[in-house]
Design a protein around this ligand. Structure first.
Ligand code: SAH
Length: 263
């Protein structure tokens, strides 16, 4: 059985909806929505546009209005009738998706499920900035993380510690604590000149983009009134003047990009 058939065979598909714009779901994700009898979507961050593709008679549930037990009850009810369920998560389900607890419950209940990846907001934000996280000689590592909030973060992953690697960073779930974030980043990177960007609701109609350095980060975010649903991207990869001149330099001297891709 091929990849697609295996996914389609499962009663429940946990699907990444992408960062916002409904065109950014995968072809398979869309197909699963079209064939589903029920779609449970996280209404706070998943566009209701996706529901337009549901077949007639299929039902949808907004999971931001119900708790985990109720989500599981809904899944049980539909799969009990041998109906197909799509659990639609924002971005990619494997990042801050809280899918593990749902999968564990489905294992306990003997319900078959599959996971379909999605475009995460960290990559969508970088795309909207027209940047690249991994520039040769600048950084070859991307750190995806968050500030400690209601959900704890292991001490070894404290933001200041991670920033001290001076790698490219994409910070989720933290824009509401922007002052603390900026302080930790400044200490970790050891400079307030590090370029950064905040992308609010990447790919949505009301997307907003801020570009600045760590020095002005907190002030800029406050001025723009951004309190949630934003990515904070930090690192020297955002210093496009530097990367552009390097690229130009390589092309100019060699005529083609020999040697820039050693992988
Ligand atoms: N699984 C999701 C992340 C869910 S956690 C993903 O892969 O993107 C929710 C956090 O993701 C938000 O607090 C915000 O930091 C980020 N986020 C989600 N959608 C976003 C978007 N369209 N633009 C910017 N950040 C977004």
């Amino acid at each position: 059985m091929g990849y697609t058939e295996k996914i389609e065979e499962a009663l429940v598909a946990i699907v990444g909806a992408g960062p916002g714009n409904p065109d950014l779901i995968t072809v398979l994700g869309r197909k699963l929505i079209e064939n589903a009898d029920a779609v449970i979507y996280a209404g706070s961050l998943v566009s209701a546009e996706h529901l337009k593709f549901m077949k007639e008679g299929a039902v949808s549930y907004n999971s931001s209005k119900i708790n985990l037990d109720e989500v599981m009850e809904t899944i049980k009810e539909h799969t009990g009738k041998n109906e197909k369920v799509v659990r639609l998560h924002t971005g990619d389900p494997s990042i801050y998706g809280a899918i593990k607890e749902q999968m564990d419950r489905m294992d306990e209940m003997g319900i078959t499920y599959a996971v379909v990846p999605g475009v995460s907001s960290f990559s969508a934000s970088c795309a909207q900035l027209k940047e690249e996280f991994t520039l040769p000689d600048v950084s070859q590592t991307v750190i995806l993380t968050r500030m400690k909030g209601r959900t704890g973060v292991p001490e070894t992953e404290d933001l200041e510690k991670l920033a001290s690697y001076k790698a490219s960073m994409s910070i989720f779930l933290s824009v509401g604590m922007i002052e603390d974030v900026a302080e930790k980043l400044k200490k970790g990177y050891g400079s307030d000149e590090v370029p950064c960007a905040v992308v609010y609701k990447a790919t949505w109609e009301d997307e907003k983009i801020i570009r600045c350095t760590l020095k002005d980060l907190a002030e800029e975010v406050k001025e723009a009134g951004i309190k949630m649903t934003a990515q904070i991207l930090v690192g020297w990869f955002l210093d496009s003047e530097y990367s552009l001149s390097k690229l130009y330099d390589k092309e100019f001297t060699t005529g083609y990009r020999k040697g820039t891709k050693s992988e």
